[in-house]
Design a protein. Structure first.
Length: 459
């Protein structure tokens, strides 16, 4: 890919009130002048207003942000045209700019140029994509720490410490015939263990980060015909699951994206649980249900409010692994308010937990249930955030490099303890190389293209 010409792309998300057309390269200012309806002096960094021609006889107002080289995101002269216009007009503006000789930017090409011009190191450049992909505060914080250079700082410090230790070990090998001790085995292993622990801390945080990348999931569980499918449809706001008076209508795990004003999660309904499966299909359906419930963050456990015998429900509750369980007294509309209250109190005593009366038919209790789910998921998110306050987002490439370094350091420690300093030195060299691979120095163009191909166009 040619990183020396001038490129253009829409860098804002679709559907917003404002669109951003980004231009970078040596011809950025001239390209702007060609689409302005009248000449404007472009001499310094700043903001100005302009009328931009998007088609013959059609112009839109634009706020133009100018960044002269090297004081820009890419390190090149860069211009952004912010326009309040629909997709068709924005597309027409891009076509006008392309007609002036600009090239359409490839995925991640703006950030690639920032890297090549020394504005970002490679790990920071990859952090841009992690920030764009982040779906919660924890992910964004972890990606921002990567962007701030935390990974590079840690790995560079580890690399320097390894080189220091290696130089002492190799000096000892060079003067093995002399009565000189540059570093003893105990000192060497202690140094290497400290470096390994620092790097393992990065990996531990990355595992925590990975666990929160996916949307949280919430399962609806209970006995057959407890109103689970109706509740799923009511919460999602559309018919996702078939509803029938017959028991065991649902065999598969059915899920949908539950989006509210304050949170988003995967909500799923599964086969009604039985203490004893009646046939092979029941057994397979229940295995799938229990497996899905085992991996979710919270469970809404449904018990019919008007059910006279809850022995089966109590037995089914025992099948669910301990986790956050929210109890719902379903089909509450079948009871009078007084009877519903008595039923809720009876259920709460039997299950040792508060019950919320809900009705998928009338909507009773659905908003309160939504609030309970939100609080449950938020509590888990806050705990993870506290535990991962220093977590840095690592890509698969970073994790592989750090893991290789840790494995080689472990091997070096073993070799030093066995008196094989030459082999230990080779292992330390391999660990240094693994850490150097994070920055890919010297950079391989194929690797560079692969990294930035995962980005959005315009970033």
């Amino acid at each position: 890919m040619d990183y020396t010409d001038t490129i253009v792309a829409v860098s804002s998300a679709a559907g917003g009130p404002r669109s951003i057309v980004r231009i970078t390269g040596p011809d950025a200012l001239a390209a702007c002048q060609r689409v302005f309806t009248e000449p404007i002096a472009l001499r310094t960094n700043g903001v100005l207003c302009a009328s931009v021609a998007v088609a013959p006889g059609v112009a839109v107002d634009a706020t133009v942000y100018l960044f002269f080289s090297p004081h820009s995101y890419t390190g090149e002269t860069l211009a952004e045209l912010h326009v309040h216009a629909g997709p068709a007009l924005v597309a027409a503006l891009v076509e006008q700019l392309l007609a002036t000789g600009l090239r359409a930017a490839g995925p991640g090409e703006f950030t690639a140029r920032a890297y090549l011009n020394g504005k970002l190191d490679l790990a920071q450049a990859e952090a841009v994509n992690e920030i764009v992909a982040g779906s919660n505060r924890f992910q964004l914080d972890a990606a921002e720490r990567l962007l701030s250079g935390r990974l590079t700082e840690t790995t560079k410090a580890a690399h320097l410490a390894l080189v220091d230790c290696l130089s002492l070990i190799e000096a000892g090998l060079d003067f093995s015939g002399e009565d000189i001790a540059f570093i003893g085995p105990a000192d060497a292993t202690q140094r290497l263990a400290r470096i390994r622990d620092e790097l393992e801390g990065l990996l531990t945080g990355s595992i925590r980060y990975e666990s929160l990348i996916d949307l949280p999931s919430v399962g609806i569980a209970g006995a057959p015909n407890a109103g689970k499918s109706s509740l799923l449809n009511a919460l999602l706001g559309h018919e996702r699951s078939l509803v029938s008076d017959r028991r065991k209508t649902t065999r598969d795990v059915l899920s949908g994206l539950w989006t509210t004003d304050r949170f988003q999660c995967v909500l799923f309904d599964c086969a009604g649980l039985l203490t004893v499966a009646e046939d092979i299909l029941d057994r397979l359906a229940q295995q799938a249900a229990i497996e899905a419930l085992r991996h979710c963050q919270a469970v809404v456990f449904c018990v019919e409010a008007a059910k006279p015998d809850i022995g089966e429900d109590l037995a089914i509750r025992a099948l669910i692994q301990p986790k956050t369980v929210l109890y719902a007294a379903s089909k509450a509309d079948l009871l009078s308010p007084a009877d519903s209250q008595r039923a809720v109190e009876t259920l709460a005593q039997a299950f040792a937990g508060p019950f919320l009366p809900v009705s998928a038919l009338t909507g009773q209790g659905l908003r309160q249930l939504q609030d309970l789910v939100e609080r449950s998921l938020s509590a888990g998110q806050e705990t993870a955030t506290r535990e991962g306050r220093d977590t840095v987002a690592l890509t698969a490439r970073h994790r592989q490099a750090v893991s290789e370094a840790v494995a080689n350091i472990d091997q070096a420690i073993v070799q030093i303890e066995q008196g094989a300093d030459e082999i230990a030195a080779a292992m330390i060299c391999a660990a240094c190389q693994a850490l150097s691979d994070i920055e890919q120095q010297p950079i391989d163009e194929q690797v560079l293209d692969h990294i930035f191909s995962r980005f959005c166009v315009g970033k």
